[in-house]
Ligand binder design. Structure first.
Ligand code: AGP
Length: 616
């Protein structure tokens, strides 16, 4: 959560900081602030609310410095308010900090500092940091160039939790110090100027050369130099990674919202995901040295993730089991990490994460490594924490996803995981060759089929105009369609604030049907020809009780139903059943989008949410 930007160079810092914050608002948007250093003074401007507020403040116009730090906040400790906004300074106003993460032992540290005479003005966990730096700085009797850095290191050694910090100090007015632990931070290298950000898109328009920081690597930046230190403050060398994302990819490009742009981008993002991994005959995952012996030795695969990424895991579970004949479990990372899961070196653990920074998924990954399982990350963000922590990584290459509601990352995750399942099955020889050929062929057809869905969205908009007035919506499905129901329901609730539930259609009679009454809107997903009749029966039971119904069917299942039963019908192209979640979710993503627009909500920045959940 929270976004960080920093600049050190020859230009005025504040416009660069503001532009970066605007790009990072998806990480948190309840308050924002920045600070620059000018001679012997640190100037701070901050306020509650959106980044836009900062543009209008008189103090912003007065920020002249060319070294600055900035922050957009998703509140954890202390309500959104000016006083709780970042940056935070120490009592002497000689150290100033922005922080992403959570300091779990801040109360203890605060009590320690209060005893030493320090006072606090905010309710945040962060405010202990500049004061503790001041404390250690004053205790250090060696007055050399590294004195501030040593103080920062002493503080970081004492902190429990996660953090990325940008630190300014009047004692080193031409420098900035940054450090991270379990919270993202990258450095963009320029000419006579350098950039810092929690996320690459914030500074992608200035540079393509990035240093990716490991935990407890300290960086001292000036406009011309970047010096790296390990956790014992020995100097180290680091190499840049070139990021090939187009800076334009992180812009709205004329769309009203990032979410709409990202939905519309799915034909392209899926093509990018497949890339060169699939040629006419073979799947290619050359970066994985998974031998037949290793794959045959596996007792189980665990897929661990959160939210939409977890739904991608659910969508792929049956495909792996059917094609590879390996028992596959899918678990929510926040549950998995605390339940002593039965995993060992005969388990392959796969972690799906768009951002590659989700705290629970990262913790689950570390747990699996301790249990000697092989770990594989499936992520969209190159060099992210999960990518670096896992034994192996495969990238979705969906391009930057900015909207809080995940769309193109989800379809790319299922696409990539299907390719992986086919690849494993080919090595293992566990699947029928014709079936594998059919799946590969359909993978290559996905983009065109999605393009066709996106050509005419008028019927989806019509349903949205009914649906936006609802208080409760139910999604039903069986098999793969149940997975789609779960993802569609999450999409609706997160951006429209309408209460919605998803159910395996067969479960309805075991309790939920008690909630069905006249006028309630139920969305039935029925793309599996072998299960459509069963789901139709469940839908008839709710129609009898007065529900309004929308169904999503495939070209084939359309022919299997009595269309006059339903109020609205959305038809999606046929595909291999294991790929159906990729196709079927498209109209349902759009439906959620249109409902949110009808309600006049901020689609890209839904209340209480942030794009990347880097705290527990
Ligand atoms: C999806 O729309 C969500 N906002 C959320 O559930 C997300 O998928 C989840 O937080 C996991 O994020 P990750 O993929 O970056 O790990």
């Amino acid at each position: 959560m929270c976004g960080i930007v920093g600049y050190i160079g020859f230009q005025k810092a504040s416009p660069i900081l503001l532009a970066g914050l605007s790009k990072l608002e998806y990480r948190g948007y309840d308050s924002a602030g920045m600070a620059t250093i000018e001679g012997a003074n640190i100037k701070i401007v901050k306020d509650k609310g959106r980044v836009e507020n900062l543009y209008h403040l008189d103090e912003t116009k007065k920020l002249e410095g060319s070294i600055g730090i900035a922050h957009t906040r998703w509140a954890t400790h202390g309500i959104p308010s000016k006083i709780n906004s970042h940056p935070h300074a120490d009592n002497s106003n000689s150290f100033c900090v922005v922080h992403n993460g959570i300091i779990e032992n801040y109360l203890e540290l605060r009590a320690f500092l209060e005893e030493k005479g320090y006072h606090f003005v905010s309710d945040t966990d962060t405010e202990v940091v500049p004061n503790l730096i001041h404390y250690y700085y004053e205790k250090d009797l060696q007055d050399d160039d590294l004195r501030v850095l040593r103080a920062v290191k002493q503080v970081c050694n004492q902190l429990i939790g996660s953090f990325s910090f940008e630190i300014l100090s009047t004692h080193i007015p031409d420098h900035m110090i940054v450090v991270r632990k379990d919270s993202p931070l990258v450095i963009g290298k320029g000419e006579g100027e350098n950039y810092i950000a929690s996320d690459i898109p914030a500074i992608l328009s200035y540079t393509k050369d990035f240093y990716l920081l490991e935990n407890f690597e300290y960086v001292v930046l000036s406009k011309d130099h970047i010096e790296f230190y390990d956790q014992d403050l020995n100097k180290i060398q680091k190499h840049t990674t070139t990021i090939t994302w187009d800076a334009m990819a992180a812009d709205k490009l004329g769309f009203d919202d990032y979410m709409l742009k990202e939905i519309m981008e799915q034909p392209t993002s899926i093509r990018e995901t497949i890339g060169s991994r699939l040629d006419t005959n073979t799947c290619n995952f050359s970066e994985l040295d998974f031998s037949k012996d290793y794959l045959s030795s596996l007792h189980q695969i665990y897929i661990v993730a959160c939210g939409t990424a977890m739904h991608a895991g659910l969508a792929i579970k049956n495909t792996i089991e059917n094609l590879c004949k390996i028992h596959t479990e899918v678990d929510i990372a926040s549950e998995f990490r605390y339940r002593n899961p039965l995993i060992d070196d005969k388990t392959l653990c796969i972690f799906i994460s768009q951002s590659g920074e989700t705290a629970d998924t990262l913790a689950a990954l570390k747990l699996c490594k301790k249990c000697h399982a092989r770990t594989l990350a499936v992520t969209n963000v190159i060099g992210s924490s999960i990518a670096r922590e896992a034994d192996y990584v495969i990238y979705t290459h969906a391009g930057p996803e900015i909207a809080v509601a995940s769309t193109k990352a989800y379809t790319s995750q299922i696409t990539l995981m299907t390719l992986l399942a086919v690849y494993f099955a080919e090595i293992l020889g566990t699947a029928d060759a014709q079936e594998l050929e059919a799946i590969k062929k359909e993978l290559l057809n996905l983009s065109t089929k999605i393009e066709n869905i996106l050509k005419d969205t008028s019927s989806i908009l019509t349903i949205a105009k009914d649906l936006f007035k609802e208080k409760d919506v139910f999604y039903l499905g069986r098999g793969v369609d149940y997975t789609t129901a779960q993802e569609a329901s999450l999409k609706l609730k997160e951006i429209s604030y309408i209460h919605s539930e998803s159910y395996a259609a067969g479960e309805l009679k075991h309790g939920t049907i008690a909630l069905i009454e006249k006028g309630i809107h139920v969305i039935g997903i029925m793309t599996d020809p072998s299960l459509v009749k069963k789901t139709v029966s469940n839908m008839e039971e709710i129609i009898t009780r007065g529900a309004i119904t929308t169904v999503v069917v495939s070209e084939t299942t359309l022919k299997q139903i009595n269309t006059s039963l339903f109020d609205h019908i959305l038809v999606v192209p046929d595909t291999a059943i294991c790929l159906s979640p990729i196709i079927t979710i498209i109209p349902l993503q759009l439906l959620s989008y249109y409902v949110s627009k009808e309600k006049g909500l901020d689609v890209d920045k839904p209340r209480n949410l942030a794009k990347s959940v880097t705290v527990e």
